[in-house]
Design a protein around this ligand. Structure first.
Ligand SMILES: [Mg+2]
Length: 313
């Protein structure tokens, strides 16, 4: 199966001017852009954990998502995507259509963002589908956005509405690569992270890394219509989570959280990159932790919530 799949895949990996030696040799050779640093990231998706294949989740969508989540991590570093390699573990029972679908989803997104597909490897086994993408990007020296450089007085901007991504948006991730490069080109960003596990959880990670805290203005948090739908359609009214709860905790929004000097944050909100609806949702403070404010209540702690991969033992 492996040899057959690689044989099938190789002619489908298009030549790209960035590849001095394309896929098909023992390894590919990449022409690194002059005077830029290499940024590298990997993300693995497992069936049953990150997705469940079915009518609402096609192999093509899984291929798209596997690449998109990596591009989102590059966006969170203000890095330009350059190349990717893909490793897939296929269930032995899977037909060729699964591999084809994965490749279609990957290839379409790679084309959209001008990313070179530099190679792939496939195994077959008795377990579920696993797909791992390693993405390479580039950034000018010293210009990568870190999550650790937020400063008291910075405003926190989120690049779009959050919550309810499980209704399907998590499979149609639109990585914020172009917006990130545009923002990096014209505004100052002290710290950045992408929202993979939950707005409040990822914000708390940024604050912990920065040795700071954040006061979140709850009414300012942009709520996606999916979050409203999810809250409304919940059968048990007693334990119903509000749309805001979903926006703060659901994750897989793949919007960016940016810590910016106030003037730059305001400029971003007033004049955003095309297709972006950024909003200021809070302010970085010296006191560690997350705190919530709204128009009626005093400041109170805001427990970070979101998705955490758990281990036994
Ligand atoms: Mg990330």
């Amino acid at each position: 199966m492996e040899t057959d799949f690689v044989k099938w895949l190789l002619p489908r990996l298009p030549a790209h001017p960035r590849l001095e030696v394309p896929a098909g040799d023992d390894a590919a050779v990449l022409r690194p852009p002059a005077m830029r640093r290499t940024v590298i990231t990997v993300d693995m998706l497992t069936e049953g954990v990150d997705f469940i294949l079915g009518p609402d989740c096609t192999p093509r969508q899984v291929g798209h998502k596997a690449l998109a989540v990596n591009l989102s991590d590059l966006a969170a570093m203000a890095a330009r995507p350059e190349a990717v390699v893909v490793a897939v573990c296929l269930p032995r029972s899977a037909g060729a259509s699964l591999a084809e679908g994965l490749h279609e989803g990957l290839a379409a997104l790679a084309l959209e963002f001008d990313v070179a597909l530099a190679g792939g490897d496939t195994n077959a086994w008795d377990g579920p589908l696993v797909i791992s993408v390693t993405a390479v990007g580039s950034v000018p020296p010293g210009q990568a956005w870190r999550r650790s450089e937020a400063r008291p007085g910075d405003l926190i901007v989120v690049t779009g509405p959050c919550g309810g991504s499980l209704l399907g948006r998590h499979l149609r991730v639109q990585p914020r690569c172009r917006a990130a490069l545009e923002i990096a080109g014209r505004l100052t960003v002290h710290a950045a992270i992408d929202i993979s596990d939950g707005l409040s959880l990822d914000l708390s990670r940024m604050m912990t890394a920065s040795g700071a805290g954040c006061q979140v203005d709850l009414p300012a948090v942009p709520i996606h219509e999916d979050a409203v739908r999810m809250s409304r359609d919940q059968p048990d009214a007693g334990s119903r989570r509000t749309p805001l709860d979903h926006a703060l905790a659901d994750g897989e929004d793949f919007e960016l959280l940016l810590a910016m000097p106030p003037d730059d944050a305001q400029r971003l909100v007033c004049d955003p990159p095309a297709g972006l609806s950024p909003a200021v949702i809070g302010e970085v403070i010296a006191e560690p932790g997350l705190f919530a404010t709204d128009s009626t209540a005093a400041r109170r702690p805001l427990p970070p919530q979101g998705f955490i991969h758990e281990f036994d033992g």
